[in-house]
Design a binder for this molecule. Sequence first.
Ligand code: FES
Length: 127
Amino acid sequence: MYTPQVLDHFQNPRNVGEMADANAVGESGSAVCGDVMRIFLRIEGGVVQKASFKTFGCGAAIATSSVLTELVKGKTIDEVRKIKNTDVVAMLGGLPPIKIHCSVLAEETLKAALDDYERRTPSGTGK
Ligand code: FES
């Protein structure tokens, strides 16, 4: 049912936990299942320096959060804005159809984190 990449990120999730010096925090809940995801970013000079997550959810939600935090590191805000749930799914080698909404949750949470960053830096710092 799950690819080796999904199982790896579920069993050995990267970048787990809250980030004390995050300057972008996004939280989102899935309307489908009620799972909740939080993503923390440290953005400096318009580039994501660090990323972490805390997810209360299914194995696919853990795996998509984990791979997402790897994906965004070193990317500019504009590049991160363009990341879609399909990019996350591709990095995981695919997800079962009933688990696609877990990757949508990851995309929404990432967007919420970027929105939070822009609220904190209304002058557009780092863009
Ligand atoms: Fe809820 Fe996966 S079943 S995010």
